[in-house]
Design a protein around this ligand. Structure first.
Ligand code: PEP
Ligand code: MN
Length: 344
């Protein structure tokens, strides 16, 4: 922490701040300039009382943290990329590139199985589908719940693809974890601490979407909550943030992908489907994600998007998904990564 003292403060006032710093068990290093005095406080802010409250002293101009609050997820803690094993064959991160694909919502057996076969055929290595849906409106389709989990299990049995599905509440974690290989925590729950803790306790891999108004720091701190709760199997997923621009449903924050890749050792995925909100923008955004250094993509695919019960406008038809896979293949290679596929 760096504390800047207001110009014109008396020696007694400066000493008062130094005493508080010592009381909070930091070591103060006082730098006296011509006009201003600055106190650098040495000590780990993560396990000491915060000094931020000293801003209330009238002689204090600013209190600025210099240390990042997250630790376990940072590259300072672990330099090399984490590689997460999912299912019997997926290794996520560390130069492997994976595509998770499937419908927004699991709607019925036929739609689920058709999509699972189609995305596998095109090269997806994990299958996604929503059983519990976090809809903005209570009047919209809320998901089929347990019945949908059973359909996901059938899809897994038929294709061998590991299952990614969202969990909305701590009380559902146990149930969803029985069926899923990866628990998705969606944008609306990105900072739901009890859910992060409960999901962590399941021991499953967690795909953590970025909150739609979360700063990168807040996103990484949400991941830190999972790690602190004993589970370092976290995949970060940028899915677009809310900005003033609405040509697309959200704004894909490509910078956040580059920053996250630099700051953390965790795999970083991109979900261009929810960022775009429109199917014609999914492929261009997917290309941008690969170029920014993403380790994988999450893509919504539906056999007939026009009839979809949720997110119809952004879901790709299987043939469009095939086109996406064909286009990203060479880009993944240019980025020095290996595109994991079921069908080379
Ligand atoms: C989803 O993946 O279908 C979903 C609801 O995602 P998000 O939380 O990013 O809106
Ligand atoms: Mn969706």
């Amino acid at each position: 922490m760096i504390i800047v003292i207001k110009p014109g403060s008396s020696e007694t006032e400066i000493q008062e701040v130094i005493n508080s710093v010592v009381e909070f068990e930091y070591e103060p290093r006082t730098i006296r300039g011509v006009e201003r005095t600055v106190i650098a406080c040495v000590g780990d802010e993560r396990n000491h009382h915060t000094l931020e409250s000293l801003i209330v002293l009238p002689q204090v101009e600013s209190v600025t943290p210099i240390q990042k609050k997250y630790k376990l997820v940072s590259r300072d803690y672990q330099q090399q990329d984490s590689v997460l094993e999912v299912g019997s064959s997926c290794r996520i991160g560390g130069g492997n590139f994976h595509v998770v694909a499937g419908p927004c919502s699991v709607e019925n057996e036929e739609q689920t199985l058709t999509t699972a076969h189609a995305v596998k055929e095109a090269g997806a290595t994990l299958f996604r589908g929503g059983a519990f849906k976090p809809r903005t409106s209570p009047y919209d389709f809320q998901g089929l719940g347990k019945a949908a989990l059973e359909m996901l299990r059938q899809a897994q049995a038929a294709t061998g693809l590991p299952i990614v599905t969202e969990v909305l509440s701590p009380t559902d974690v146990e149930l969803v974890a029985e069926y899923a290989d990866v628990l998705q925590i969606g944008t609306r729950n990105a900072q739901n601490v009890p859910l992060l803790a409960a999901a962590a306790a399941s021991g499953k891999t967690i795909l953590l979407k970025r909150g739609l108004s979360s700063l990168v720091d807040e996103w990484l701190l949400a991941a830190e909550y999972i790690c602190v709760n004993g589970n370092n199997r976290v995949i970060l997923c940028e899915r677009g943030i809310r900005t003033f621009e609405h040509a697309c449903r959200n704004t894909l924050d490509v910078s956040a992908v580059a920053v996250a890749k630099k700051e953390t050792h965790l795999p970083v995925f991109v979900d261009p489907s929810h960022a775009a909100g429109r199917s014609d923008m999914v492929i261009p955004l997917a290309r941008a994600a690969v170029a920014a250094g993403a380790d994988g993509l999450l893509i919504e695919v539906h056999p007939n998007p026009a009839t979809a019960l949720s997110d119809g406008g952004q879901q790709l038809k299987p043939q469009q998904f095939g086109e996406l896979m064909a286009q990203i293949g060479p880009l993944v290679e240019v980025m020095g990564k290996r595109l994991s596929r079921n069908h080379p």
